[in-house]
Design a protein around this ligand. Structure first.
Ligand SMILES: [Zn+2]
Length: 448
């Protein structure tokens, strides 16, 4: 039985147009004029709400197995469904064991089974000593690899130095999968820290000074050089400094296979507005100046930044150390998966961007990075019937009941956002609608 979702604004790769999205079983059967709806289809009138492709978040810390007191597949995927996402790709760290061997990948898979409200897939880790596990992990189904050029903030998942990375890069290049890099180098941070030995760590300015732009810049320069040498797919995660945009632009113009992401918090918050002791805003790299934020929007406009993903990275509330207000002691990470579409829509609204831009940044580009464009990333015949019904006129205030992840802690609390997810459909079935969820998880692992 086919279902026809009728809307004045269906966001497709070609354009945004009125019509009907016809979904049969799990797949998109057609996008047609209302007059062409099959006579036996069940009609759903979406009114003035837009239809967007299901969002894809390639930067999520689900933390299961091993740290389900931080998050977990069930809570993360519920929150994601409420946020309009239909696919998550899970980061290989902060879980126990870390996803750095095939055996740990299998543990992750068994812990995810039956727990996911939307589809998911794993990234593998490239750490100090697992070079021989890269190709087996690729064959076992990870969509790519993540590495840290600096201490990741949590023991277990080790950072990788240049020599260890160069030992892994031939295998990564051979796999054809992307390498996602946390691009900060310790050198400029260590230098900055020496100057801050007597600083007040309740001051946001201290934290910002401790993670200078140069730490990102130096790391990105190193990765561009290695990309040129080893010709692997390089992806820069959570770009925060706009000072790297020009060099990334030049490297891409040279034909190097480089993609770049940034995150809602870098596009919505600015250092000047962060109060001292407001440790909920701590993340690494840090939220920088208002001027930097505008430059990041320029990077999106110019296509140097390809995508916006959340870096949803929750922790138990006590780890944010609001008791002390000290940025050096607080866990760095911001959870935003249930709000990201509304945050970005709010920001776009003022800057002249459109729903087509949001669909590109938050669905098609991350789907392409993950290699799952055959399933996700666009409203197009033959892809999964996974989509979002989005009310562009809705306005709401962020309250705890809107967050849905395990610990309802957020630096976005009490903000007014413009635009809201009304419903999320996963392969033809509603998994979220107006505050309610599907009774049973139906998400599956997505494979290449
Ligand atoms: Zn992350």
């Amino acid at each position: 039985m086919a279902h026809a979702f009728i809307s004045k604004r269906i966001v497709t790769p070609q354009n945004t147009r009125p019509g009907a999205l016809i979904v049969e079983g799990e797949k998109i059967l057609a996008i047609c004029k209302p007059s062409e709806i099959p006579v036996d289809a069940i009609a759903h009138n979406c009114g003035d709400n837009a239809l967007l492709p299901g969002l894809v978040d390639t930067h999520v810390h689900i933390n299961q197995p091993g740290r389900t007191e931080w998050e977990g597949f069930r809570t993360a995927t519920r929150a994601a469904a409420a946020g309009g996402y239909t696919t998550l790709v899970d980061m290989p760290l902060n879980c126990l064991p870390e996803t750095t061997t095939v055996a740990s990948l299998e543990e992750k898979r068994s812990s995810a089974r039956g727990e996911c409200f939307i589809d998911w897939a794993p990234w593998g880790g490239a750490v100090a000593d697992n070079q021989q596990h890269i190709l087996p992990l690729a064959r076992a189904g990870v969509l790519g690899f993540k590495c840290f050029l600096i201490y990741p903030g949590c023991d277990g998942f080790t950072m990788i130095d240049q020599q260890q990375l160069e030992a892994a890069l031939p295998s990564i290049a051979e796999s054809g999968l992307p390498l996602l890099v946390h691009a900060e180098l310790a050198g400029p941070i260590d230098t900055a820290m020496q100057a801050l030995s007597k600083a007040d760590w309740r001051s946001y300015a201290t934290y910002l000074a401790s993670r200078p732009d140069e730490a990102e810049l130096d790391a990105i320069r190193l990765m561009i050089r290695l990309c040129r040498q080893y010709r692997f797919r390089l992806h820069i995660v959570h770009l925060s400094t706009s000072l790297a945009l020009e060099e990334l632009h030049v490297a891409r113009a040279e034909g190097l296979p480089i993609t770049v992401e940034t995150c809602p918090h870098y596009l919505h918050f600015a250092a000047e507005e962060i109060a001292d002791s407001a440790t909920l805003f701590k993340c690494a790299p840090p939220i920088r100046s208002k001027e930097n934020q505008e430059q990041l929007w320029g990077g999106l406009r110019d296509g140097i930044i390809d995508m916006i993903v959340t870096d949803h990275s929750p922790c138990p509330p006590a780890m944010k150390r609001e008791d002390t207000g000290r940025f050096d002691l607080a866990w760095g990470g911001i959870a935003s998966i249930s709000l990201a579409a509304s945050i970005i829509h709010t920001e776009c609204f003022h800057r002249g961007f459109t729903l087509d831009d949001i669909a590109r940044w938050m669905s098609s580009a991350p789907a392409a990075l993950a290699g799952i464009s055959h399933r996700a990333g666009a409203l197009e015949v033959g892809r999964d019937g996974s989509f979002v019904i989005f009310d562009t006129d809705a306005e709401f205030t962020v309250t705890r009941d809107k967050l849905h992840y395990r610990h309802t802690v957020s630096p976005y609390m009490n903000e007014t956002l413009h635009g809201a997810v009304k419903a999320t459909y996963l392969r033809g079935e509603a998994v979220y609608r107006e505050g309610s969820f599907a009774s049973e998880p139906s998400g599956r692992e997505v494979t290449l």
